[in-house]
Design a protein around this ligand. Structure first.
Ligand SMILES: [Zn+2]
Ligand SMILES: [Zn+2]
Length: 625
């Protein structure tokens, strides 16, 4: 018992149950998990620039060297999910990285802030990284920059102007990080990175300055589209769009295409954004009373359009939501938003205008708990009260997983009498990603020899593989479906494309605001366990003299079973604890409390599993007196 943590209860020594750590199921989980967590302190400070291995104990295989006539592609994220997009392209002595995104947490990582690509492969080769190229300013393409750049040696970042400003703006939240070496690319510019020449092409997405990347190699070029759709009318791309693809690809021999798979399961062409704009314009023009529009703060093109329409129809715009305000300020600063100063008013000024002249732009279309729209809906917004004369437009789709939150949002708003318009009633939203036929059109312009789908879950990538075969007659062996950290090589001077059996490190890399040091994988497992089957705490006092319980042990549980209705079970557990303690303390003087606790944990866990088919976290707290 010496050295055990104690607290100040007079005359008692309390040992907290580290027995929980030895829960057999948990140990199995931990052994199977390969995780590593970056603490938020890693934003800078002392550890800045000192890369740690991304995963321990073992992760990633021994990777063979790259042959001089081979090109290597390593998708580090974004090909088993929507989010954390990042791809490395390696040729000779040069590595170019495209995008550094992150993914928001999911149900497998409770309490975690973000999931990052695993960059161990790059950390070990940072002297060869010539540049990071960022295709556009969405978080699934830029979100990982503050966490990952210091780990890969802070190479120069090449991107278009708006993207660069969005990156810099985010970087301000990490003041201890070294400044980024940012290079803004002009339209139609060619840059040289190591021995490679890199060109760009403009793509249609939901944010200005989105671009695709063309990396020239002696065997043909490697093309990455970033996120994209087409600017089209009834399936016919606009003149500008056609011209841009012609300019970029008419004389280009494309060896490999990597393209966005997000919406490839949807048939036909996507709803053109200009159609969405038209519908929104109609509503702005004709609406009676106040119009409240909730949308994503990342849909910059739409936000700009809405403000333009407001000005056209002599209305005033109030912006509610920090991210939206900040993004619009950036657009204004760059001249992308040209609205007059008087068009934008503050919430306090609203009452000086009749309701028909007011448009409120708000965040929180996904039912996000603390966003402006949610606060309006549950009457906790300080300045905006919903009335039956309000019209509310939810200009967004519902992201899978948010269905219930959005339902609640709509319920609360309609309870207050507001009229609601959403994407299933009218075309007031379109995604920024190409549907199937649209994707096929893009393939036909680029005409690659080989194809590798990116940006999507595995099934989406498979579907996209089929599109590539149909569009350009690619054969099965010309299409590679990658996993995160697959190593793909185009070998023998562009002759064939293969997936190596070796893989780069692929363990999850997480950002968690509250976790500490190396026990963090355990912390995640604990959270999962608590969420699944709850916790079961046993509080017992043992007489040091005879090793027996002083009185029947107290039991506290949460999220397991309702104890008041489980008296029988409780009674049996108490008996089991009593017997287990007597057995475990027999012949001991002094009593080995750790041993007693471990024995209780094992016995009670097994018993509860048999009786209830649940595995709560069992924590014995034992005092000896
Ligand atoms: Zn995007
Ligand atoms: Zn994206």
């Amino acid at each position: 018992m010496a050295g055990a943590p104690t607290n100040g209860v007079a005359g008692h020594r309390i040992v907290l149950g580290k027995g929980a750590r030895k829960h057999p199921e948990m140990v199995k989980h931990i052994a199977g998990a390969r995780m590593n967590v970056i603490r938020k302190d890693d934003r800078g400070g002392k550890r800045r620039g000192a890369p740690r291995p991304a995963t321990e104990p073992k992760d990633g295989d021994v990777i063979p060297p790259l042959a001089p006539d081979s090109i290597r592609i390593v998708p580090l994220g974004g090909v088993e999910e929507i989010g954390r997009n990042m791809t490395a392209i390696e040729f000779g002595n040069d590595i170019i990285v495209i995008d550094i995104g992150f993914q928001f947490r999911d149900e497998n990582t409770p309490g975690i802030d973000y999931i990052l690509p695993n960059t161990k492969y790059l950390e070990e080769r940072q002297d060869r990284i010539r540049a990071v190229i960022i295709t556009h300013g969405h978080l699934d393409h830029i979100g990982g920059i503050p966490y990952i750049m210091p780990r890969i040696g802070n190479p120069p970042v090449f991107t278009r102007l708006l993207t660069s400003v969005l990156i810099q703006k985010r970087q301000e939240e990490f003041p201890h990080l070294p400044t980024l070496n940012m290079k803004v690319i002009e339209k139609n510019e060619t840059i040289t990175l190591g021995k490679l020449h890199v060109k760009f092409f403009a793509v249609t997405h939901t944010i200005p300055d989105a671009m695709g990347v063309i990396i020239e190699t002696p065997y043909g070029s490697i093309v990455h589209t970033g996120d994209l759709k087409l600017d089209h009318t009834a399936g016919i791309p606009s003149e500008n769009e056609v011209a841009e693809y012609e300019r970029a690809f008419k004389n280009e021999k494309v060896l490999l295409l990597m393209a966005d798979s997000t919406n490839v399961e949807n048939p036909g062409f996507s709803i053109p954004e200009k159609q969405v704009h038209k519908n929104i314009e109609e509503i702005i023009k004709n609406v009676k009373g106040r119009l409240i529009i909730a949308t994503f703060s990342s849909l910059l093109e739409r936000l700009i359009k809405i403000i333009d329409f407001a000005e056209t129809y002599n209305k005033k715009v109030v912006v509610e939501g920090r991210s939206m305000k900040s993004n619009l300020e950036i657009c204004k600063h760059l001249g992308l938003l040209k609205a007059k100063k008087e068009t934008m008013i503050s919430t306090d000024d609203m009452d000086n205008y009749p309701p028909d002249r007011i448009i409120i732009l708000a965040t929180g279309a996904q039912g996000d708990e603390f966003a402006a729209m949610m606060r309006m809906s549950n009457k906790t917004h300080a300045k905006v009260k919903i009335t039956p004369r309000d019209t509310i437009m939810l200009s967004s789709s519902v992201i899978p997983g948010n269905e219930r939150a959005v339902q609640k949002l709509k319920d609360n708003l309609s309870r207050q009498g507001a009229h609601i318009i959403h994407y299933r009633i009218a075309d007031v939203h379109s995604s920024g990603h190409a549907n199937r036929d649209e994707t096929a059109w893009i393939h036909k312009q680029i005409k690659p020899k080989f194809f590798m789908p990116v940006h999507g879950y595995h099934y989406m990538l498979r579907v996209h593989g089929d599109v590539a075969k149909e569009a350009n007659g690619l054969k099965e062996e010309d299409v590679i479906i990658p996993d995160n950290s697959s190593i793909i090589e185009i070998q023998n001077g562009g002759q064939k494309i293969v997936k190596l059996k070796e893989k780069a490190a692929s363990g999850l890399v997480l950002v968690d605001g509250f976790s500490v040091g190396s026990v963090q994988d355990v912390v995640i497992r604990d959270r999962q366990m608590l969420a699944q089957d709850g916790i079961f705490i046993i509080f017992g006092i043992i007489n040091n003299q005879n090793g027996k319980l002083k009185k029947s042990p107290d039991i506290i549980s949460r999220g397991f079973v309702y104890l008041r209705e489980s008296q029988e079970l409780l009674h049996e557990v108490r008996l089991l604890i009593k017997e287990t303690i007597e057995r475990a303390t027999r012949g001991q003087n002094p009593i080995n409390v750790d041993f007693v606790k471990d024995t209780i944990t094992d016995a009670v866990s097994k018993f509860l599993l048999q009786k209830t088919a649940k595995r709560p976290m069992v924590i014995p707290v034992i005092l000896t007196i």
